[in-house]
Structures are given as C-alpha cells and as structure tokens.
Design a protein around this ligand. Sequence first.
Ligand SMILES: *Cc1c(COP(=O)(O)O)cnc(C)c1O
Length: 386
Amino acid sequence: MTPDQLQPALAALDAQSLRRVRRVLDGPQGVRVALDGKSYLSFSSNDYLGLANHPALAEAARQAGVSIGVGAGAAHLLTGHHRLHHTLETELAAFVGLPAALLFSTGYMASLGVLPALLDRHGEVFEDKLNHASLVDAAVLSRAKLTRYPHADMAMLEQRLASSSAKVKLIASDTVFSMDGDLAPLAELLALARRHDAWLYLDDAHGFGVLGERGQGALALLNGEPDARLIYLATLGKAAGVAGAFVGGSVELIEWLVNRARTYIFTTAQPPLLAAAVSASLRVIAADGWRRAHLAALIGRLKSGLAGLPWPLLASDTPIQPLMIGGNSEALRLAEGLRARGILLPAIRPPTVPAGEARLRISLSAAHSLDDVETLAAALHELAHG
Ligand SMILES: *Cc1c(COP(=O)(O)O)cnc(C)c1O
C-alpha cells in the first residue's frame, strides 16, 4: 500500500459497505450507553459481569493512583514491576489453580509473546478454524508451521497431530468461541495434547469470570490435576472489567516467558493502578455468585423470548448468543432497525465470520435486567413481521 493507494482503497471499502467507523462513547461502559450523543440499550460489550463501571474497582484504581501515581514508567525487567503487579500475579495463579502467572498488557500481546517464546520454524501450531485472530497472528510470528483444523473437529486434529514430525507441537484454542459462544472440547483437547506430547494453549478471554462456580474460568471445567503442558491465557478487559491479561502455567514456563517473551520484555509495564483494580475485581468475581446466576437466567429468558423468530440462535450456554441471520444486508437491516428502536447490537459479517453466516452477536451482561431482554425480544419480533 503506497500513500496514493489509500484513498481509492478506502473508497472501495465504502462501495462494499465494509468501511468500519468508530462511534464515540460518553460516560461509562454499561448496558445503557451514550454513543454519539444518543442513549441506547446495549447488547454489544464484553463486560459480561457488569464490572467495567463497578465502584469498588474504580475506588481501588483511584486510591492506588493517589498514592503511587499513574505511569509504571519502565518495563517489568527494569523498575516497572510494582508490588501491586507482583501481588496480583500470585492472586491470579491461586484463583485459577495454577502454579504461577504472568501479567501482560493485553491478551493480544500475551499470545504474540508466548508462542514465539516456545516455537520456531521447526515447530507446528494446531489451531481451531474459529480461533481468535490474535492466536493466528501469534503462530505466524513464531514462524512455526500453522495447521488449522475444522471447528472442534477432534478426529481431524488427531490425524494432523499424528502425521506431524515437528519437534515442538502446540495446540491453541479459544475456550469459548468469541463469535459463536460455544465451548471447545476441553477434556479431549487435553487428552490429545498428552497423547501427542504437545503444549495446550487455552485462550479463556470469554470464560474467565463467567465459567466455574466462582468464576475461575474454563479450567474449573477440566478439574484435573495441574499439567505442565497446559498454558492458560485469560484477559482482564472483558468479564474482569479492567484491562490486560495473564498467562498461567508451571513455574518454569513463567520463568521462561519472563526471559523470552518479547511482548513482555520490550514494553512498559501496565499502570500498577490497573493491577489494584483487577485485585478488587477478583474479589467481586469470587464473591458475587449472583452475577453468574443472573446471567444464566438472562440466557434462559433470551432463548424463550426469541423462539418463533425466523432466525435461530446458535447452541450456546454462555453470554455470547449469536442470532444467525445469513445474508449481510439482512443482518445490517436488522441492526439498523434495532438502532432506530434504541437498541445497540452489532451485525457481524464476513470476514469476521464465514460468508452466508452473518449474525447479530447478542452479548449479555449481569447488569441487564430480564426486562431488557424482553425489550430486545419484542423489537426483534416486530422487525421479523415488519
Ligand atoms: C478479546 C480477545 C483477545 C484479546 O484480548 P485483549 O486483552 O483485548 O487484547 C484474545 N483472545 C480472544 C478469544 C478474545 O476474545
């Protein structure tokens, strides 16, 4: 792309209705948001537990900011690694039941750091076709061979693993798939990793805080003994309501990442006041079982409320509930119709999802009320018959 090519390339995006624009949020993230000066009922955040604007988190950040300021001022390996980061890592490891944890500035950076730290061009990465973009980019950056298997197809994965002669193998999968809301076959993935001597990298961006009795995430569903081949990633900007991510695993793995993960080493540490906010968030996540119970009730109400529509919901028991529309223009028409009724719900189109599988990605939050779900259902029924 040369400077001269940008303007026509952008015009081409316009012509295909693929140009992405940002809308400006005023006030807090939540189920009622002010966007471009208008107020909406929103089903379009990843703030699954409603913690992004929780007073205990904001107060923890404020207090830390007042006492130690804002900027970390240096990378972790220089003087940027604050006591608040260090304490939080211990808390996170204990919370998910792993020996050690390491904080990263974002989930994207964590994956870009971990895979190249473990694999080179002699390695092979096996990825579910529906994995998040960051996992694909991490594999590419590592220079390992990238093999993608059809969604959740364990027979195909096993075949690929069996025919691989790579020295180091790594299976990477989302736990909860971000555009479908379904769960990866976690136990089968771990069994295959064991049988074929591979690492298992689980990206729990949409499971942490949501899955498990206390919100410990996907590993609570595995309830096995710790396994040195398991690498766990959770992000802290979704259900946890703050920002950042952490990788959990064996003590040796974490030590290796401190020494070799370039996105950990060559970047300024996150402001420690965010670590204080995450610590506060962990306490709320563990204590407020009602948030997960309420989410389950919302999911049930959504499923019954949307029955009878011409479009099916994908099979999902997580707060990600995709309504399958099919065509791009139909999905856009519905999203616009909802917006005109004061409801914000994104139309997800190719290339984010396969062609012909455009959808409305309904994202529920513990901050929604049952009435909010009824409002959405009524609007969709109206649009279906309009
Ligand atoms: C959001 C997301 C990420 C990236 O996490 P950030 O902390 O937002 O960079 C990684 N993986 C999955 C599956 C995600 O949904």
